[in-house]
Design a protein around this ligand. Sequence first.
Ligand code: MN
Length: 440
Amino acid sequence: MSDLLAKLYPEHMRTLRARADAALTRGGYDHLVIAAGVPRIEFLDDRPAPYVANPHFRYWLPVTKAPGSWLVHTPGAKPKLVYLQPRDYWHVVPEAPAGYWVEHFDIAIVHEARDALAHLPKALARCAIIGADNAALGDAKPNNPDAVLNYLHWQRSYKTDYELAMLRVASKLGVRAHRAAEAAFRAGKSEYDIHTAYLNAVHETENELPYGNIIALNQHAATLHYMDFNRAPPAHAESFLIDAGASFHGYGSDITRTYAAPHASEFQKLIDAVDAAQRGFVAKVKTGQSYPELHIHAHHVLAGILRDQDFIRLSPESAVETGVSSTFFPHGLGHLLGLQVHDVAGFQKDESGGTVARPPGHPYLRCTRTLEPRMVTTIEPGIYFIDLLLGELKNKPQARDVNWAKVDAFRRYGGIRIEDDVVCTEAEPENLTRDAFAAA
Ligand SMILES: [Mn+2]
């Protein structure tokens, strides 16, 4: 693997340097300075929150644990890494830089956080400094200029070959752990035990995962971000929804699967229909596809499933128009993915910034872009039986078009979500998740 990454990294660096040059021109700056960042400290406490390195730092090098380090890009010069190895016997000190990326940087090692300042450009007013507020070091205060960030964020949507290789690995790791989690569900384990089975298989701590695991049995799957991890197995396991990913050198996967217990064939039938629909949406991840239009299309298809399986008795068109489809599918079809699980620029209009609004009535859609090659997006349709939303539907005129007996019988399953990570290409989409499941 590291041979492949070593081979792809030089081109990745050429691309990033060209992007950084263009961003600096747009902002009128001479240097791009990126703070890896430092952990936040809990209020009224001396306990640090889990450290997550600035994604702009991770974009340049596969180093996720170097708090207090800095990166400097100046057009025409070799990028500079100011690498902090503190004198510290309380914490593990980051290892000396090693690997395929080292030769691409001029590296200055410092042993005190404040010593990094001497290695940053003297003319700080000429620097675009990217980082969180608490990364400020003396007069080197993050200014995060919009013109620079908007350009970089837009470009981050188009993954380099190196980044795609990272994302493929993150998908493989996630799928390996998903299979262990499914086995734990089949063995009758609790949510907590399924969670630990997942962690054992992915070989990552909870803080290293790209996001917190969602592991829901039965009606818990109706809570979209259920993260309670019940310690006891349910008396009767009917269904299992797992939304969990894996990290690889700062890149993440984001995968959701839903399973029915063997006796729950009526629920399996609905899962199969959502699964087939999801594959259809993935097939539409193509150059020129408007993501919000794909989201609306998904509403029509899912409403058709609800009608075909006799949950509702109105046409898909009127189910979407009246908001009934949103009772059962109340979140967005997906989002951009990369260095961040909900990657930047999902709503950006162009490389200068701006916003493309969500379609009215779809407040949780996380992407309004038009798809182009090298964009990576999730496709994650769902159908849920959520007490709160069903209660609201009951007070609407459309309540008479709902087969409540069947809907109520399905509350015990919670819901279904099926999520793959998909690369838009010049031709057919690359499904990172299904490819990884097929290879497992
Ligand atoms: Mn997702």
